[in-house]
Design a protein around this ligand. Structure first.
Ligand code: NAP
Length: 308
């Protein structure tokens, strides 16, 4: 490789449509790794655009997403799942031939359903989902290490160009991620159990605690270190994002909720009938899964996640 080639950015112009947690993290890691010659950014509100400009998240900004994608070689849709279709429709006429269009949405089949009809001939649409996030949102929430040692799942379509897929995979690897290729429906089931259902349970338990009449809200907060506060981290996630996830992964979530409710009833029964062995076995299996997550490098082994 010549010296010239080693200093070339991976993509000439990258457009970030949506400058929240994921959009801003993409900007930071692209800057750090020199992955883009130029970054253009777009957000819905003037407030986000102004803050993104202060943070230097892009080289050029526009409230009009079509303006932002003009001449871009790689376009990221970093907006809530329910907004993907409308944004795709708006940018479609301005997309450059040969460009890669991708997204980071937490649901894949619905995004493909909503975006695909708008993708012009000659543009490579490759849906994606970085399995990385926090409960924070907005342009200040991003950081360059967000994707490091996390998986990024790509769900290419039947006619996806293998070269475009290779380029996008290489981009995510340069962001520090491992890349997995998956069928979109399977993605929605896997993420249904590993992400969507846990968030629903968290939202629900926080609501149950808030509605309890016999225990005051101040007691719930005061004694939250007993376990409750771990649920509140998930339940602090962005309400718009999660509303859209559940509306757009309805089938998989309802199927999993059915299974979950059955298992919960079995636990309820075991408690009622004093079946200690059943409880012990189930808790032991669960503890093993936690150990496997740590061994896979997907969490810290520090007690209480390293918190005080
Ligand atoms: P975020 O911090 O709330 O940022 C969302 C961005 O989208 C903002 O720039 C917002 O603009 C823009 N936006 C919101 N509604 C819009 C609409 N109707 N039309 C056009 N733009 C709109 O969200 P995020 O956490 O980065 O999530 C973005 C995507 O990543 C979502 O699809 C989510 O499912 C996915 N994802 C999230 C996580 C996570 O942990 N948060 C992890 C992986 C994937 P304004 O600020 O101007 O309103």
């Amino acid at each position: 490789m010549s010296e010239d080639e080693t200093t070339q950015p991976m993509f000439g112009k990258v457009a970030l449509i949506g400058l929240g947690l994921i959009g801003s993290s993409l900007s930071h890691v692209m800057r750090r790794e020199g992955l883009a010659g130029c970054i253009s950014g777009s957000a819905r509100s003037e407030a986000t655009l102004a803050r993104a400009a202060e943070l230097g998240l892009a080289d050029e900004f526009s409230q009009d997403p079509a303006e932002a994608v003009r001449d871009a070689d790689l376009v990221f849709l970093n907006v809530p799942v329910g907004a993907m279709g409308a944004v795709a429709e708006r940018i479609a006429p301005a997309l450059k031939k040969g460009a890669i269009l991708t997204d980071v949405g937490s649901v894949k089949a619905a995004v493909i359903r909503d975006v695909s009809p708008h993708v012009p001939e000659g543009v490579h649409f490759i849906p994606g989902h970085p399995i990385a996030g926090t409960e924070q949102s907005g342009p200040d929430a991003g950081f360059p290490e967000l994707f490091e040692d996390r998986w990024c799942i790509l769900t290419p379509l039947e006619d996806t160009d293998p070269q475009a897929l290779d380029r996008l995979s290489a981009f995510w690897r340069a962001c520090g991620s491992n890349v997995e290729i998956m069928d979109p429906k399977h993605h929605d089931l896997v993420l249904g159990i590993t992400s969507h259902l846990p968030h629903l349970i968290a939202y629900n338990i926080v609501a149950t605690a808030a509605d309890l009449e016999e225990v005051t809200e101040s007691e719930v907060i005061k004694y939250s270190a007993g376990g409750f506060r771990d649920f509140t981290r998930l339940a602090a996630s962005d309400p718009t994002m999660w509303r859209d996830v559940f509306l757009n992964n309805r089938e998989a979530v309802l199927e999993l909720l059915g299974r979950f409710s059955e298992d919960l009833s079995a636990l309820q029964r075991a408690i009622r009938w004093g079946e200690g062995e059943k409880l012990f076995d189930l808790f032991s299996r669960a503890r093993k899964i936690r150990r496997e997550i740590i061994e896979a490098g997907q969490d810290t082994e520090a007690p209480n996640f390293g918190r005080k």
